[in-house]
Design a protein. Structure first.
Length: 304
């Protein structure tokens, strides 16, 4: 049985300082990541790799969200380690999505042969992609990260770094005031990324998606202390889902290019082409409602 995703909110409350809140957020997501290690060793439960990757990204997002208090120069080593972890999980996650969502969605809808052989090819590639995941989990580098990172945030080691007076003052401020300012700044970044947006330009849509993701992670961190954020997060998630459709199509195209690099079976290649066409059509069909969804989001009242 699949382990259920944790819905436990980040234990942030209004009585914390900025420094204490950052430590709580990192501790929460670090423990969440560790809890999925066993499941991440195989695709019997694909949530393992997915949730470990999400947790690593959330911790990087937390370091970014608090960068006016803990500068990049101080947090960069840990951000790079978290990026490394996410990258080691990336290929396995992409193949999990491709097999369990991409191929499964069209299994009975494409009247072409070659689907079973493409699926078998993808399964072999997935088995290969999980090898670096297990290697990462068993590596000295990952062990060192698991030992050293909690020591860093557990002792708020950033307070012993060379910081400006302003950064030190910020670390001791109440988290609520800081959260509202950061949310406002991140919201501005989203609106700037969407200014004059052409929804037919994948690069611009991808940039907007990244800014939305940063805002959503921050909103989830601060939801316990900013009333009204839960509804805002729901609206933001709806926008993200639309933006994710184009990204999924691009990921599938790149994955198939790599998967079929040495393939000569015409039926498999034809099936893959039909799969890309199906996914692209689906993406643009869903994106037809993007402009209205974007206008609604821009008009949302900001709860902070």
């Amino acid at each position: 049985m699949n382990k259920r995703k944790s819905k436990t909110p980040v234990p942030v409350h209004a009585g914390l300082t900025v420094s204490e809140a950052l430590a709580e957020i990192l501790c929460h997501d670090f423990q969440a990541m560790l809890s999925w290690e066993d499941q991440a060793r195989s695709w019997d439960d694909t949530e393992g790799v997915h949730q470990m990757r999400v947790s690593s990204r959330r911790m990087r997002a937390a370091l970014s969200a608090f960068r006016t208090a803990v500068p990049k120069t101080v947090s960069r080593p840990w951000s790079e380690e978290l990026r490394w972890i996410a990258n080691q999980l990336g290929a396995a996650r992409d193949l999990d999505v491709f097999i369990d969502e991409g191929l499964a969605a069209v299994r009975d809808r494409l009247p072409l042969s070659g689907g079973e052989r493409l699926a078998a090819l993808a399964e072999r590639q997935r088995a290969a992609a999980y090898e670096p995941v297990r290697a990462m989990l068993d590596s000295e580098r990952y062990l060192a990260f698991k030992l050293d990172f909690p020591d860093w945030f557990g002792h708020a080691a950033w307070t012993r770094a060379e910081l400006s007076r302003q950064a030190r003052r910020t670390l001791e401020r109440p988290i609520v005031q800081y959260a509202r300012k950061r949310l406002d700044r991140l919201m501005r970044h989203v609106l700037e990324a969407g200014l004059g947006l052409d929804r037919n330009d994948p690069e611009s849509m991808h940039l907007l998606r990244i800014e939305c993701k940063k805002l959503r992670y921050a909103a989830e961190f601060f939801a316990p202390i900013v009333p009204g954020l839960d509804d805002f997060i729901g609206r933001l998630k709806g926008l993200q889902d639309l933006l994710g459709v184009l990204n999924d199509a691009a990921v599938m195209s790149d994955l198939l290019t790599e998967l079929l690099a040495d393939e000569s079976d015409v039926e498999v290649i034809r099936y893959a082409g039909a799969l890309i066409g199906w996914r692209t059509h689906q993406a643009y069909d869903l994106l037809s409602g993007f402009d209205e969804r974007w206008r609604e989001f821009r008009r949302l009242e900001r709860p902070w």
